[in-house]
Design a protein around this ligand. Structure first.
Ligand code: NDP
Ligand code: BG6
Length: 598
């Protein structure tokens, strides 16, 4: 904890959150006119957007390299990172790790604006990630952070507010408190309305003052706000607060629409103010360590890629479960439901990375081209291949866990699903006939996210009579455990040591915490850093989303039109029974529910 902030924090943060909440309510006046640009200019920007999204684009038009540096030797990279941590100051090593240009690192100022700075995500993820990056010396030398929202606060109050959520979880070399104070001194707050160009102009002036010592400044905006004001903010910020000589990029949070139509509207509205290369659509699952490792696992190991097809794989399961409900986010959640909240984005993105063909290079556009291709090959999601559930309350040992409908922010008769499972097929030569099962649920028995690859039975297995009657239990299964306890393991059959011949199914286990000492970075750290570096590999391109919505929109409409009732399941259970029938229909068993899977 920092000397300056440690003692006063807890008390102040508590009272301040109360004050902020009151002001918050008072400040929520209806918004005034939306920032608009003249029609002629819209057209020009659209043309630019179309051009810039062409796969061949390799720079962002701002002078910063957009491609990673795959040619950098791994050892060199590691040494550079270690060097950067030890030196305690931004150095050439840092740039080498991430392919930054020395010139920009030293000379340009970087202003980071968190729009919606008073909100939940900003507090939980964005500011802690920015601090972690600062602590690891990953931010350029001349950076400043500006919080922007309607709530009234001065810089000191803002610093107190965010200080409460910063942690020294990284390998603290004993200087974390000092670093925290240094970081907070670079944080400023500007109150303003989201639809006011004047208020963004005031922010612009404030940033310009902070940037005046450098010849040029880059600006990154993180839109951590409700989706209905994304375009208003994009309009005002780009008109009144864009960088004059450097780059301007905007990270846009999900949800990107509710269906194909609203997505197209949002997309067109964003293109009125931003080019594709300025828009960073975030899906934080892509920033998780194990997801980034997926391509390494597949394409840097001889042993996996040849197995990665219908020839050897029986089915693939992508599973997300949370052991808590929608507490606190019921208002948002009820409008979206679990399919839009998790399956259509996080799980589908994982599926695309898992199933895509090898890209021509590690360049963002090559990877995203392959993701789009595989998503296009996927069949439509159909209602008959889907199971929906909603958690109900449950009383155990005198404690009652609330059901979804007990949340005050949820309408009394809501049929919004908090659980969904579906099966999809990818109709290409590699995956024809292989069921991909996607499952996501809230208020289940445990918190986990994983990919399970179940392999086919060994043909003519010599040890068949030793493996028991249920051969499914004895087939190889590769599990990529995204969280918690990150790791990869492969279930294999093995002779139990000793005399005689007994075979059991055990694991070749790469559990990260036993193998690697390092604390894993949060997904938001990686993604914010990538945006600063202009690396769009882990961000979603517009056409990926277009296809993702095409696959899900008809079934979502059908669910809503027919008022499909979700199957109720108790809070803390394994979910609706229907999910087992869905899997069984394809001859599959959920790997996470298998008795031997602890
Ligand atoms: P919040 O509801 O906390 O909103 C962020 C800020 O926006 C608020 O502090 C408030 O600031 C302003 N705001 C809230 N409601 C309105 C409104 N109706 N009109 C105008 N301004 C409003 O959102 P989160 O921080 O939870 O999420 C931000 C974005 O990130 C959303 O798009 C969300 O879907 C996405 N997201 C959030 C996650 C999370 O865990 N929270 C996870 C993944 C994505 P003020 O009143 O001071 O202006
Ligand atoms: C968000 C969803 O995108 O991801 C939330 O909106 C969900 O409903 C969250 O809880 C899960 O993220 P993580 O990183 O905690 O698994």
């Amino acid at each position: 904890m920092p000397a300056l902030h440690s003692m006063r924090l807890s008390a102040q943060v508590l009272t301040l959150s109360g004050k902020v909440a009151q002001r918050h309510a008072a400040d929520h006046q209806p918004q005034r006119a939306v920032c608009r640009q003249p029609a002629r200019q819209h057209h020009r920007l659209r043309v630019q957007a179309a051009q810039s999204s062409a796969p061949s684009a390799s720079t962002n038009g701002s002078g910063t390299a957009t491609t990673q540096s795959p040619e950098i030797e791994a050892a060199e990279v590691e040494a550079a990172a270690a060097d950067a941590r030890q030196n305690g100051s931004p150095s050439f090593s840092n740039m080498k790790v991430y392919g930054l240009q020395e010139e920009n690192w030293e000379k340009a100022a970087l202003s980071i604006v968190v729009v919606g700075a008073s909100g939940d995500l900003a507090k939980k993820k964005i500011f802690p990630s920015l601090f972690a990056l600062y602590y690891e010396n990953m931010l350029p030398q001349n950076f400043k952070v500006y919080g922007y929202a309607r709530s009234k606060m001065n810089d000191e109050e803002f610093r107190d507010l965010i200080a409460g959520s910063l942690t020294c979880r990284l390998n603290d070399a004993g200087d974390c408190g000092k670093k925290m104070d240094e970081f907070l001194e670079r944080c400023f707050y500007q109150a303003g309305q989201y639809a006011s160009e004047d208020d963004f102009a005031a922010l612009d002036k404030r940033m310009a003052d902070g940037e005046s010592e450098q010849s040029c400044a880059d600006r990154m905006f993180y839109l951590s706000i409700p989706p209905n004001i994304f375009t208003t903010v994009a309009a005002c910020a780009s008109k009144a607060a864009s960088s004059k000589c450097g780059w301007t990029r905007m990270i846009v949070e999900k949800p990107f629409g509710k269906d194909s139509e609203s997505f197209q509207e949002l997309s067109a509205a964003l293109y009125e103010h931003l080019r594709e290369d300025q828009i960073y659509r975030i899906d934080h699952y892509l920033g998780k360590e194990l997801i980034e490792n997926l391509t390494v696992l597949r394409f840097a190991n001889l042993v996996f890629e040849p197995l990665w097809s219908r020839q050897y794989i029986r089915n693939v399961q992508v599973i997300f479960s949370e052991n808590f409900g929608t507490e606190g986010r019921g208002g948002y959640f009820d409008q979206y439901g679990i399919v839009r909240d998790v399956i259509q984005n996080h799980l589908l993105q994982i599926l695309a990375l898992f199933a895509m063909e090898q890209p021509a290079s590690l360049d963002a556009e090559d990877i995203r081209n392959e993701k789009v291709k595989v998503l296009k090959s996927m069949g439509q999601v159909r209602l008959e291949d889907m199971v929906l559930g909603q958690y109900r309350s449950r009383t155990t040992r005198g404690t009652t866990l609330p059901g979804y409908l007990d949340d005050d922010t949820v309408p009394p008769n809501s049929i919004t699903p908090t659980f969904a499972a579906c099966s999809v097929f990818i109709n290409n030569a590699r995956w024809d006939g292989v069921p991909f099962l996607l499952k996501a649920g809230k208020a289940l028995a445990n918190k986990a996210a994983e990919i399970r690859v179940q392999f086919r039975h060994v043909p003519g297995n010599l040890y068949r009579n030793k493996l028991g009657l249920d051969l499914d239990k004895a087939t190889n299964e590769l599990v990529i455990r995204i969280q918690p306890n990150e790791g990869i393991y492969l279930k294999v059959n093995n002779k139990v040591p000793g005399l005689g011949l007994r075979i059991d199914t055990t694991r070749l286990d790469l559990t990260y915490k036993s193998k690697y000492q390092a604390t894993l970075p949060d997904a938001y750290e990686r993604l914010i850093l990538d945006c600063i570096n202009g690396d769009r590999r882990l961000f979603i391109r517009n056409d990926e989303l277009e296809v993702a919505w095409e696959k899900f929109t008809p079934v979502l409409k059908e669910i809503e039109d027919r008022g499909v009732q979700p199957e109720l399941y108790p809070y803390g259970s394994r979910g609706p029974v229907g999910a087992h029938y869905l899997a069984a229909k394809h001859g599959v068993r959920w790997g996470d529910l298998a008795a031997d899977d602890e």
